[in-house]
Write a protein that binds this ligand. Structure first.
Ligand code: AMP
Ligand code: GLY
Length: 428
């Protein structure tokens, strides 16, 4: 099979790493990819929203399977684009239709969906410019903290947790009146704050059946002990100790099954990953958000943990045999620790040479996935905030985290920073 992966981050490097191991994989292309993916397959210099360019690459290379990493092309309709063109309709594109991708693309859509299907989530209301004054009243009468969410995609920045009414009203005004996130914040969802521990669960669906392919806990704050600004994710562990059978049964019965049944009963065309962003509130699961893709850096732990052949799994999602697949996991615990540029998630400098990559790639039990990297002359240099992540396996979470950290200590670039407390709340 010839495969095209769309995206350029650590998630796409992990997808390339996993798919290249399949005996079903003949040729692997990544658009646009990064130096990490270039060591596994062929990078093609096409951006993720350039559907015409992607179509050209797909036809020139007789691509059979396309896996889409980031959310933008999903919400922009990449699935429909390939389906509706007779030259590409045969390609197995792992993505929801644009209509189904609204589950990620519109917070209001996903809240309505959860309400229709009685899926547990924070109580909420939605507001636009038209009922702005009602929104202000709603905030004033609501308990604290309170959560404000731009309805549309805002590159992970559209969620504000306000601890005072004043702060909430100021954010509300910024979003609606000052168009802080452009069109994305012309509608705002205001919701109850859920107190608990977050966990990400991943499923693959064909719109009718599904398979759970893994879960992970993502550490989103920049600082140790979960302090400081939110980031795209500073590290992950998998499996998560509290994801025991009792909790997983609740997640499946109350959240995953009703979601897939809802997708089916509403005739939403969906062949792809579902990312359930959950809050464990004292043993009861609630949905914080849906994403229609794999997470980053969650992918960098769930794919190394997944033993099942990913290419076969994605083929099964296309040919109606998903239910028959056996999901198996590698034993032990997995952790990934992200190395970021100094200053991230604020301003940071780029183009620093990364040293020690080659040696670290040879450490047994460790995989380095590149994220914000690029080629410069004969070097690999930093090109983004999240630069690379080291994933390790261990007999315990603590051991996996330690191995990943040790691996990172062999890598250097100016301003490099990583959290040394990933998995800190778990005993072993
Ligand atoms: P999202 O963009 O929906 O992933 O939200 C970003 C982050 O905000 C989430 O990962 C949570 O940490 C936090 N968050 C979102 N909604 C809530 C909520 N209702 N209660 C508590 N935290 C939330
Ligand atoms: N790590 C969170 C995300 O991918 O959205």
């Amino acid at each position: 099979m010839n495969i095209l992966i769309v995206g350029s981050g650590g998630r796409e490097h992990a997808l390339a790493w996993k798919m290249a191991q399949s005996h079903h994989c003949d040729n692997l292309f990544i658009a646009p990819g990064n130096p990490g993916t270039a060591s596994i397959g062929t990078n093609v210099n096409i951006q993720v929203n350039d559907f015409e360019g992607l179509k050209k690459v797909a036809l020139e290379n007789a691509i059979d399977l396309i896996v889409v990493g980031p959310e933008d092309p999903l919400v922009n309709g990449i699935y429909d684009y390939f389906l509706n063109d007779e030259t590409t309709t045969h390609i197995n594109v792992i993505a929801p239709s644009a209509a189904a991708a609204q589950l990620e693309g519109s917070k209001a859509f996903s809240k309505h969906f959860m309400q229709r299907h009685s899926i547990p989530t924070a109580s909420y209301a939605e507001f636009t410019k038209e009922n702005y004054a009602d929104g202000v009243d709603y905030i004033k009468s609501h308990g604290l903290p309170i959560v404000l969410k731009a309805d549309g995609l805002a590159a992970g920045k559209g969620v504000i947790i306000a601890f005072t009414h004043q702060e909430a009203i100021a954010s509300f005004e910024d979003m609606i009146q000052n168009k802080q996130f452009g069109e994305a914040s012309s509608k705002v969802v205001i919701e109850q704050f859920l107190e608990g521990i977050e966990v990400s669960v991943f499923a693959l669906t064909d719109g009718q059946s599904y398979q759970i392919i893994g879960h992970a806990k993502d550490y989103k704050r920049i600082g140790e002990g979960d302090t400081g600004l939110n980031t795209g994710g500073m590290g992950c562990v998998s499996p998560v100790p509290f994801m025991d059978e009792t909790f997983m049964k609740k997640v499946e019965a109350r959240i995953i099954k009703p979601t897939i049944q809802g997708i089916q009963s509403e005739n939403l065309v969906y062949k792809g990953f579902v990312f359930f962003g959950l809050m464990n509130c004292g043993g009861e699961p609630y949905v914080i958000e849906y994403n229609c893709r794999l997470g980053d850096p969650e992918t960098e732990v769930i794919l190394p943990r997944l033993q099942t052949d990913l290419v076969s799994l994605l083929a099964a999602a296309d040919n109606g045999t998903l239910e028959d697949v056996n999901i198996e996991y590698n034993s032990g615990a997995f952790a990934t620790v992200m190395a970021v540029s100094g200053g991230y998630p604020g301003n940071y400098k780029k183009d620093f040479v990364i040293a020690g990559l080659a040696a670290t790639n040879n450490v047994p039990g460790v995989i380095v996935f590149q994220a914000g990297t690029g080629f410069q002359d004969n070097d690999i240099v930093t090109k983004g905030g999240r630069v690379l992540t080291a994933t390790a396996q261990g007999s315990t979470l603590k051991e996996a985290v330690k191995t990943a950290q040790n691996a990172l200590s062999n890598i250097q670039f100016e301003g490099m920073y990583f959290r040394s407390d990933i998995g800190y709340e778990f005993e072993s």
